[in-house]
Design a binder for this molecule. Structure first.
Ligand code: PEP
Ligand code: MN
Length: 360
């Protein structure tokens, strides 16, 4: 996976004025529940409506999702609200059904990313699809495993790719449900700066009170979007009740988030910055050139001193130089401390040059 620029065309093509927003319930529960939430999210910043159809649960006996039946409800969401839809797929059968029902975006859950067997099965089933596929990080903080999963999809010809950061499970007690380990996400961005990266503050926090704060951190770290679990009655949700927010709260969160407008800053910030940096480069070249010239003169002085058998260090002359330069520096807005430090370094290098000649 080398040229990652093409991986973000799907996101760039959407030309969004804000980060990508995916919202909707953790699980599709009933047709009414799905449609009610979808209609409440219709006139908001939400780009994709999410709902889990097949739910991976830590222990058996909990609600495990409504299954393929829910795909019909997602189709209704699309017809009635115009919102695009997405769901989690965890095996080849899920992929087949989701493609059949024309789900627009598929994501792979944290419990699937940990298994190279499952990732390969999903990649094979998705072979060549133009659907958007997002890969959640594995439950354990293993960057290679996360990248490996994405690479399996890329190799299967899936080009509309992205990643979702949902935090990592830990044995240690923490205020988070899954600790964010932000440095891992930063490392991920450094390796693949063009691969869209979405944050899932719902599964990181496990607690709706912290969604705003974690979302803001993600945006400050240049994440491309957010996936936030949303339900009209969070307390009574059939899964992840503590972390879901109402559609009203979601809209408030989006309003309160400080969003950096990339496109606006691109013109007013990047262009002059680039030109100023070019100017700095020119002056730096001149500085190095002048310092080189100064040392060549020092070499000649060294040769003279050698011929005349004179000591290298001559304090009176040196104090004279320092006094003059501090004065000249202050005329140019340079602090005395800086001028002294810089000229001491230059003087030391000068002495080294002269000594090399004298001792040659
Ligand atoms: C989910 O998005 O509802 C989900 C199960 O997420 P994760 O795979 O991050 O646990
Ligand atoms: Mn969930």
């Amino acid at each position: 996976m080398k040229n990652t620029k093409e991986l973000r065309t799907w996101l760039d093509d959407m030309n969004l004025p804000h980060p990508l927003v995916i919202a909707g319930p953790c699980s599709a529960e009933t047709e009414e529940q799905v449609l009610k939430i979808a209609h409440e999210l219709k006139d908001s910043d939400v780009n994709y409506f999410r709902a889990g159809i097949w739910k991976p649960r830590t222990r058996p006996g909990n609600f495990e999702g409504v299954g393929a039946l829910g795909l019909k409800w997602l189709q209704k969401v699309k017809e009635e609200t115009g919102m695009k839809t997405c769901t989690e797929v965890a095996n080849a059968a899920h992929v087949k059904l989701a493609l059949e029902y024309d789900v627009d975006l598929l994501w792979i859950g944290a419990r699937s990313t940990v298994s190279p067997f499952i990732m390969q099965e999903i990649a094979d089933a998705l072979q060549g699809t133009d659907k958007i596929v997002l890969v959640k990080n594995p439950v354990n903080p293993d960057l290679a495993l996360w990248l490996g999963g994405i690479e399996r999809l890329y190799t299967a010809g899936i080009k509309n790719l992205g990643a979702i950061h949902r935090g990592f499970s830990t044995y240690e007690k923490s205020k988070y449900r899954n600790i964010p380990e932000w440095q891992l996400a930063i490392e991920f961005q450094n390796k693949f700066p063009d691969l869209p990266l979405i944050c899932d503050p719902s599964h990181i926090t496990g607690n709706r009170e912290m969604i705003q704060e974690v979302s803001q951190t993600a945006l400050d770290l240049n994440f491309d979007g957010l996936m936030i679990e949303t339900h009209f009655d969070p307390e009574n949700a059939w899964s992840d009740a503590a972390q879901q927010v109402t559609p009203t709260t979601l809209k408030q969160i989006m309003e309160d988030l400080k969003i950096k407008k990339e496109t606006e800053t691109a013109v007013s910030y990047r262009e002059p910055l680039e030109s100023l940096r070019a100017q700095i480069n020119v002056v730096d070249d001149q500085l190095i050139d002048l310092l080189g010239k100064r040392m060549k003169v020092a070499d000649q002085i060294g040769q003279l001193k050698k011929d005349q058998n004179v000591a290298v260090l001559q304090s009176r002359r040196w104090n004279e130089i320092l006094g003059n330069m501090v004065l000249e520096g202050s005329n140019r807005g340079l602090s005395e401390e800086f001028v002294l430090k810089m000229f001491k370094a230059i003087h030391q290098e000068s002495i080294n040059h002269q000594e090399k000649i004298i001792n040659a």
